[in-house]
Design a binder for this molecule. Structure first.
Ligand code: HEC
Length: 158
């Protein structure tokens, strides 16, 4: 219900190119109101599980990325970058991270060769949003504040 509705609303925004980031600046509908009870917001735990199952093999169990991630391999492709605060994932607004995860890098930048798979059809919109919320939740408060200032994106909660 609320979750489904939130996913539907968020899904609808994807059609409006460029608006996603602005919209996400307000936070996810219904997300913060369910954060309550002093425990992790309820998208973080599922996001962590999805990350472990779908992303950790390349991006690292601790979000540390693959060794030497800034140097292209012999085949011309880049290793998986870290998603922790040492990488540049946090330089992107949530909406862009979600879009990157849906489409993969090749879907995002046609013609670009990359190992980053597209998760559209593999994960639901809700699962993709949850995994990005988990990644954002791992960053120190300073980084999240900096993002908020620079990008106008909150990463879903404070
Ligand atoms: C098969 C390995 C692989 C898996 C699995 C994988 N990725 Fe990636 N990902 C990559 C690689 C490699 C790149 C960098 C690609 C490049 O620049 O060519 C990347 C880049 C990204 C980026 C862009 C980062 C930035 O700073 O620009 C995001 C976001 C991302 N991945 C999210 C995810 C998420 C979320 C998952 C799990 C749902 C995931 N990836 C699973 C290999 C993978």
């Amino acid at each position: 219900m609320t979750r489904g509705r939130a996913a539907a609303i968020v899904g609808a925004f994807f059609g409006l190119v460029g608006l996603g980031a602005a919209v996400l600046g307000f936070g996810w509908p219904g997300a913060s109101s369910r954060a309550g009870n002093g425990k992790e917001p309820d998208r973080i735990a599922p996001g962590r599980r999805i990350y472990a199952e779908r992303c950790a093999a390349c991006h690292g169990a601790k979000l540390e990325g693959q060794p030497d991630w800034q140097s292209r391999r012999a085949d011309g492709r880049l290793p998986a970058p870290p998603h922790d605060a040492t990488g540049h994932t946090w330089h992107h607004p949530d909406a862009q991270l979600i879009e990157l995860t849906r489409k993969g890098l090749t879907g995002f930048l046609p013609g670009y060769e990359s190992d980053m798979p597209a998760f559209e059809g593999v994960l639901t919109e809700q699962e993709i949003a949850a995994v990005i919320a988990f990644i954002v939740s791992t960053w120190p408060a300073e980084i999240r504040h900096l993002r908020e200032e620079r990008l106008g994106t909150t990463g879903s909660r404070s």
